[in-house]
Design a protein. Sequence first.
Length: 119
Amino acid sequence: QVQLVESGGGLVQAGGSLRLSCRVSEKIFVINSMGWYRRAPGKERELVAAITSDGSARYADSARGRFTISRDAARNTLYLQTNSLKPEDTAVYYCNADIVTMTAAGNYWGQGTQVTVSS
């Protein structure tokens, strides 16, 4: 069973930074898309950033210029570098992967990691 394990969340002051990580439990052979979503209290889940099948990155307007998505293929890990954090970035951040591995293919979600930004 493919698992996505996130880490790196925490409590940070406004203006601070965090790097979120999402490790995939199996070697990835094909990426259809991989990305980060977030759900703030009382709001719908929204896309923050994603890497598409051709390797290009796209960002939500709220994240562009402050967040950077990247991937380390050797470590099977997806990252989200978050800078200049604002209180409105407070949310649970989820990793998503639409991938093909040696044993499976599908769309997978991590368990989420809490990011809290204090003013």
